[in-house]
Design a protein around this ligand. Structure first.
Ligand code: SAM
Length: 370
């Protein structure tokens, strides 16, 4: 992890071409690049998927099979999860994956059908540990409980930041926030982020998704579990806990396109608390021109004072936000966490770490919003 000091103007973007990876969930890049990127993203976390992705990136025949899928369906985690869904062992040898994919069409096309029918809706509550400091800042500056609107909510599991205990680990030790025993989100932090001193107060919560998943649907929840990387039992445990939380209080999820549904939902949220739109690993699924429309829509809502905006996306997904921060370390697979369109931190894709970019930011945000 690279520690970062105060962001100076000289460090700010635009990001030089080639210095930043396409990011862990970039969706519109050639097969070989997408799998090479994914191998970096999975490195150190899933030896199996790292090895599979590296092997695909070096295997033109399998790339050819993947290239027959629609672009949005070529994502490594979707292809791998579909193969595992149909009993390709993981952890397991690349040869078994290769044989299953190359033999799939002749065997009836079950893996292809799963890829076409489902999508990477990974719902990772670990990300909340990286969002919570920003949620705390917003609550402090608005002086109101928060009304959360999650764009691309999947099953809505990230709509419950108030139901977890947090443990932030830094150079000086560990800071905990009280919460239910056994439901803990751990995160390694650097750069002195403004760790909240109390739990965030959520007055209302809602999400939008093209395909909202129902936490009471065992098949949909099994698919979510299948998207968790093979060696990551901690994430599987956390997912089961998050599903339990949401089953006790099923979230309000609107089916639709975030570009169309957001303004009305923000308006509705304002009746309940300070509206906060947030999204994590979502904008990569928008067509490139729609990402620009989304950035413009959110900038307009923020400028109008309609809501606060937390973004948590791969560095090339919303480049206008990435460019407000320092250049990411070469080869990193981190997300850029933005507040109201400005980069405030780099985050691990599943929330394991947070690198705060500007020690003086807390004061500036409070001054600007207060
Ligand atoms: C990788 S999941 C991330 C889920 C959640 N944000 C999280 O961090 O755990 C991306 C989600 O975005 C949704 N999505 C993609 N494009 C969308 C759009 N245009 N409008 C609404 N939802 C969308 C997908 O259906 C999927 O559930």
């Amino acid at each position: 992890m690279v520690g970062v000091g105060v962001v100076t103007d000289a460090q700010r973007g635009p990001t030089p071409a080639g210095e930043v990876d396409t990011g862990p969930v970039e969706t519109f890049v050639p097969v070989q690049d997408a799998y090479a990127d994914f191998a970096r993203y999975a490195a150190g976390e899933s030896p199996c998927l790292e090895a599979w992705a590296r092997a695909v990136a070096a295997d033109p025949e399998i790339q050819g099979w993947i290239a027959t899928l629609p672009l949005i369906k070529q994502q490594p985690n979707l292809v791998f999860a579909a193969a595992r869904w149909h009993d390709v062992p993981a952890p397991g040898p690349y040869g078994a994956l290769r044989d299953a994919l190359l033999g799939d069409d002749a065997a009836g096309g079950a893996i292809r059908a799963t890829i076409m029918a489902r999508s990477t809706q990974t719902n990772e509550v670990g990300r909340l540990a990286t969002l919570a400091p920003v949620l705390g800042l917003i609550q402090q500056s608005s002086g109101r409980p928060l009304a959360l609107v999650e764009a691309g909510a999947s099953a809505g599991l990230c709509l419950f930041p108030d139901r977890w205990r947090y443990r932030w680990h830094h150079e000086g030790g560990t800071e905990s926030r009280p919460g239910p025993a056994g439901r803990v989100l751990d995160c390694a932090v650097t750069g002195n982020p403004p760790l909240p001193t109390s739990a965030v107060e959520v007055a209302w919560r809602a999400g939008i998704d093209l395909n909202p998943l129902d936490v009471r649907d065992p098949d949909a929840m099994a698919w979510l579990a299948g998207l968790v990387w093979p060696e990551q039992d901690d994430r599987r445990t956390r997912l089961a806990q998050a599903i339990g939380i949401a089953r006790d209080d099923p979230p309000y999820l609107v089916r639709g396109d975030l570009l169309e549904e957001l303004p009305d939902l923000v308006h509705e949220a304002a009746g309940h608390g300070h509206p906060v739109v947030f999204h994590s690993a979502v904008a990569a699924y928008l067509e490139p021109e729609d990402r620009g429309r989304f950035h413009a829509l959110m900038s307009r809502l923020v400028a109008d004072g309609a809501c606060s905006w937390i973004s948590n996306e791969g560095p090339q997904v919303l480049p206008g936000i990435t460019a407000t921060g320092p250049v990411l370390p070469a080869g990193s697979a981190l997300f850029v966490l933005g507040l109201d369109g400005r980069a405030v931190a780099w985050t691990h894709g599943h929330g394991r770490s947070l690198t705060w970019l500007s020690p003086d930011l807390a004061g500036r945000v409070l001054h600007r919003q207060g």
